[in-house]
Write a protein that binds this ligand. Structure first.
Ligand SMILES: Cc1ncc(COP(=O)(O)O)c(C=O)c1O
Length: 337
């Protein structure tokens, strides 16, 4: 086995309802709690009898709809089974051993794992609350996340531009972008070294389907397409992503509800805790009780314990916005504790 595998910390997926008896309130994975659109449900039902066949490997309808959705040419889009797989694919097409990779922290941990797997020279730097005011480093690849997981804040365009001018390639992970709408995609008109990653797991509520995409200049998109698993999106994942893009009005309404619930939760939590301002579908909370996450779990409320993540000082949990009834229950339990 390769030595680097021993050095990599296993990804911590947090608690899952399957690990508990009875019903739990799942607010640990930044999922969208609302059901899929009716069109998506119908498409999945209609597609069931075709799961004996391979999916069409070019995913052209999805790419065509994504082209309209993002405003870039189809040739600038690469698809795969989730933004997380695209992070791996980006490191695969770009990184040679010992290339310098820069990761501002606290942020999503998969950037580190996949860069390490390529034997890259990784430099992490902590920014208080992920407030990055400029680029003070140089190298092959920088990983930015906006809105950032777990802090929830967004990066200013001029900061992203500074990175684009100092790094050979810059990834901007926009898994949560639709909850605030401020995308870096238009920077592609000026920067050919930008790679924007997107997910169907959050705004489109298809976390269980595993669909994501990258937007980048044609050469980069082509390289990703060339090396990805030819059938990386399942047939049902493909059909549901296509129909989700045709149900934008529905998902926009859902996102509005999520944002309004998020602000209610924030107000409730601020009575007792420091809550980070968020542009996503989750909140990061600093607290003082080492047992709090466990106590919430005992009361069947699952949140993600992010204490110990590089760049976070003190105890922290991240809570996703759930259904209104789940959020009220969560606030009730927190208040009780
Ligand atoms: C910042 C960020 N990027 C990527 C992902 C992975 O998304 P996907 O489900 O599309 O693999 C997540 C998942 O939580 C995330 O928080």
């Amino acid at each position: 086995m390769r030595f680097v595998v021993n050095l990599i910390n296993e990804y911590d997926p947090g608690p899952f309802p399957d690990e508990f008896d009875g019903e739990v309130i799942q607010l640990a994975s930044n999922e969208n709690p609302f059901p899929p659109s009716e069109n998506v449900i119908r498409a999945i039902k209609d597609g069931l009898l075709k799961i004996n066949r391979y999916p069409y490997p070019y995913y052209s309808e999805l790419k065509s709809l994504l082209s309209t959705y993002t405003g870039v040419d189809e040739g600038c889009i690469a698809v795969s089974n989730g933004a997380s797989d695209l992070i791996r694919l980006v490191t695969d097409i770009i990184l040679e051993p010992l290339d310098r990779v820069y990761i501002p922290m606290p942020s999503y941990t998969m950037y580190l794992m996949f860069s390490m797997l390529r034997d890259a020279h990784v430099e992490t730097e902590v920014f208080e609350e992920y407030r990055i005011d400029g680029c003070y480093s140089r190298g092959k690849l920088a990983f930015l996340c906006s809105p950032n997981n777990p802090t929830g804040n967004t990066l200013e365009k001029k900061t992203i531009q500074e990175f684009l001018e100092n790094f050979e390639y810059v990834v901007v992970d926009e898994a949560y972008v639709e909850f605030q709408g401020n995308s870096a995609v238009d920077l592609l008109n000026h920067y050919s070294n930008l790679i924007v990653l997107r997910s169907f797991s959050k705004f489109f509520g298809l976390a269980g389907m595993r669909v994501g995409y990258a937007v980048a200049e044609e050469k980069i998109a082509e390289a990703i397409e060339k090396i990805r698993n030819p059938f990386s999106i399942s047939h049902l994942g493909y059909l549901s992503a296509v129909e989700a893009l045709r149900s934008l009005d529905y998902y926009r309404k859902v996102a509005e509800m999520i944002v309004s619930e998020r602000e209610k939760m924030k107000k409730g939590l601020e009575k007792n805790f420091h809550v980070y301002p968020s542009s996503a579908n989750f909140l990061l909370v600093r607290h003082g009780d080492p047992e709090l996450v466990k106590k919430l779990q005992e009361r069947k409320v699952l949140v993600r314990d992010v204490t110990g993540l590089e760049g976070l000082r003190g105890y922290h949990f991240r809570v996703s916005v759930g259904l209104p009834s789940e959020n009220s229950k969560f606030l009730e339990v927190v208040e009780e504790l």
